[in-house]
Design a protein around this ligand. Structure first.
Ligand code: SF4
Ligand code: SF4
Length: 102
């Protein structure tokens, strides 16, 4: 049910972004490589992940990648992740925790 709901949200957002609102979409690397200033990074607990893709949907840096045979698993591209914590905040299954760098 949650997976279907997230796909419905995704579809609505795509339609909205494409045809209604003149806003830009996040794209990989749009704000460049993160470098070494990030203080926290998201870590995904694959055992808790239910593949709802909300983290992928909400990441403003497009730093979460869909991977696996079905492209329903997720992993973080730390080259672009800014450590904002939005993905951890949005994950309904608490499968992402923010860990201090270093
Ligand atoms: S911490 Fe922010 S930038 Fe990094 S993957 Fe999560 S939502 Fe994207
Ligand atoms: S980490 Fe959380 S938000 Fe991301 S796909 Fe898995 S369950 Fe969904």
């Amino acid at each position: 049910m949650l997976k279907q709901l997230s796909w419905l949200i995704l579809l609505l957002e795509v339609v909205e972004l494409s045809y209604i609102l003149p806003v830009s979409k996040p794209s990989e690397g749009a704000s460049g490589f993160t470098g070494i200033w990030r203080s926290f990074k998201p870590v995904i607990d694959v055992g808790k992940c239910r593949k709802c893709l909300l983290c992928w949907l909400y990441c403003p840096e497009a730093a979460i990648k869909r991977v696996g045979d079905d492209y329903m698993s997720v992993e973080v591209d730390y080259r672009y992740c800014k450590g904002c914590g939005i993905c951890a905040n949005e994950c309904p299954f608490k499968a992402i925790i923010m860990v201090k760098e270093g």
